[in-house]
Design a protein. Structure first.
Length: 221
């Protein structure tokens, strides 16, 4: 095993890592935002909204992420062409980001829903007795407490998304893993670069999981 070629390739690998982190961060932000809306729809007394959100969650949790990425890569330009009537270049990054947001929203939805349901129902009644609307109660009382409780789960799901970003190789996007694979193929050290990439993923994921467990204990106390 010869790992000497890794050091000269570090700038390219770092660019790939930046792509991975960018996809993860934006995917988490968009996924949590959409997931929160879906969670509130599922908790709504309106059966139509609740059923629509439930169908969305069940659908995206029943198909592989790799398939979702491929679908969106092919479907997003087609949908934009149908809406605008023009060929609009989207690119692999945008289509992958949309796929991550919509796929992860299904999982974040269930986390948020469980977090909201963990708050005592008496708090909702007390807020309404004070004259607060449903929106004010959710925004100022229920959701802040719920997000505090579910922070460890949100972070754990973010770690999973960090690992899943490696699937963007199917549409030719150069993330960290794809960058490592390409660099290894160029200099004939594929095994060494893949071992290095695996070690980096393990180190980041293990460290983040350890911090999440410590945070969970702290929030529980």
């Amino acid at each position: 095993m010869d790992f000497s070629g890794i050091i000269p390739a570090l700038p390219g690998l770092w660019n790939g890592m930046l792509m991975t982190l960018q996809l993860m961060v934006l995917g988490v932000i968009g996924g949590i935002a959409l997931g929160t809306v879906l969670a509130l729809m599922r908790l709504s007394s309106n059966k139509l909204l609740a059923n629509l959100a439930g169908a969305y969650v069940n659908y995206f949790r029943s198909i592989p992420l790799l398939l979702v990425i491929t679908w969106f890569y092919l479907a997003v330009p087609f949908v934009l062409r149908w809406i605008t009537g023009e060929d609009t270049p989207v690119g692999a990054f945008t289509s992958c980001l949309i796929a991550f947001m919509m796929f992860e929203a299904a999982y974040f939805c269930e986390i948020v829903r469980a977090g909201v349901q963990s708050i005592a129902k008496g708090q909702m009644g007390a807020a309404q007795a004070l004259g607060m609307t449903y929106g004010q109660t959710m925004r100022l009382i229920i959701l802040p407490q719920a997000f505090r409780k579910m922070t460890p789960l949100l972070l754990q799901q973010s770690i999973i998304l960090f690992q899943d970003t490696s699937l963007v190789y199917t549409v030719g996007l150069v993330d960290f893993l794809n960058s490592a694979r390409a660099s290894g193929d160029i200099i004939g050290q594929s095994n060494e670069f893949l071992i290095f990439a695996g070690a980096v993923y393990f180190a980041i994921s293990f460290s983040a999981s350890f911090l999440v467990k410590r945070l969970q204990k702290r929030l529980t106390v």
